[in-house]
Design a binder for this molecule. Structure first.
Ligand code: FPP
Length: 251
């Protein structure tokens, strides 16, 4: 039985989120500059998007560029933006063929104009696709998203469109740039780091985490299946006891 066959299709997470890490170290191991690692990271993006869609996962979020990444050397930032534009242009057809919708989260206004244009075109072209949604986190940080949502809600209160008492978890969830997507059940981080790095802080309240030493450019479908099998072996209790869950399953 292959690893893929071992994955229980009835127990798939609806939403998988990935912190793609280790491109720079991967390039260094090959004696190359960092952007070489990012270029190879695109192949992993392709592979994992395909892997998730084949299995029937409905949402895949990829942390492609954080708010903090703007502080990297200009040459790397420009190269990453260029790579993003090139990849979106090249892969929109693949997204169409595979019935995948593209979406973004984050502070898109910070992105270069040509990047926003390319993204808008791809988002518009793929908007009716429904097999899977690929969400790119771009110029994204969770604290930015939360501050932004608080401002939006406060402005509504100020304009008397909303009562303070009406502010609840659902409203906050909806106001975040992730508002149209379910919260991820599984978060994967590659490259051996065990941090969340300002990613989906609100949305991961009950997520399972999977950390692997594999560097992102080496991440292949088999690593995705390993992560899913690990996830499927866990008991998700949501604050309840194991006995309560067993009783519910027996009922
Ligand atoms: C982290 O590795 C990776 C990034 C900051 C960028 C990820 C971007 C891509 C995979 C390519 C573009 C993506 C799309 C969706 C087209 P790192 O540079 O932090 O690696 P290091 O920790 O080894 O230095």
């Amino acid at each position: 039985m292959s690893l893929k066959e071992k994955v229980d299709k009835e127990k798939l997470p609806k939403h998988v989120a990935v912190i793609m890490d280790g491109n720079g170290r991967w390039a260094k191991q090959q004696g190359k500059i960092r952007i070489f690692g990012h270029e190879h990271g695109v192949l992993s993006v392709r592979e994992i998007t395909e892997g998730c869609a084949e299995l029937g996962i409905q949402y895949l979020t990829l942390y492609a560029f954080s708010t903090e990444n703007w502080n990297r050397p200009r040459i790397e930032v420009n190269a990453l933006m260029g790579l993003l534009v090139k990849t979106i242009r090249k892969e929109t057809e693949t997204l169409m063929k595979n019935n995948i919708r593209l979406a973004t989260i984050g502070d898109r206004n910070q992105l270069p104009k040509n990047c926003i244009k390319e993204l808008d075109e791809a988002i518009e072209a793929t908007k009716d696709n429904h097999r899977m949604t690929l969400v790119l986190a771009l110029s994204y940080s969770s604290k930015w998203d939360i501050v932004n949502a608080v401002r939006t809600i406060a402005a509504k209160v100020r304009e008397k469109e909303l009562l303070v008492e009406e502010i609840d978890e659902e409203l906050i969830s909806k106001t975040l740039t992730t508002g149209n997507f379910p919260h991820p059940e599984l978060v994967i981080r590659t490259s051996g780091e065990r941090r969340i790095s300002n990613f989906l802080l609100w949305e991961i309240a009950y997520s399972e985490f999977y950390f692997t030493d594999v560097l992102w450019p080496d991440f292949r479908k088999k690593h995705l299946y390993e992560a899913l099998l690990d996830y499927q072996g866990r008991e998700r209790r949501f604050g309840k006891t194991g006995e309560q869950l067993l009783a519910k399953n027996d009922a």
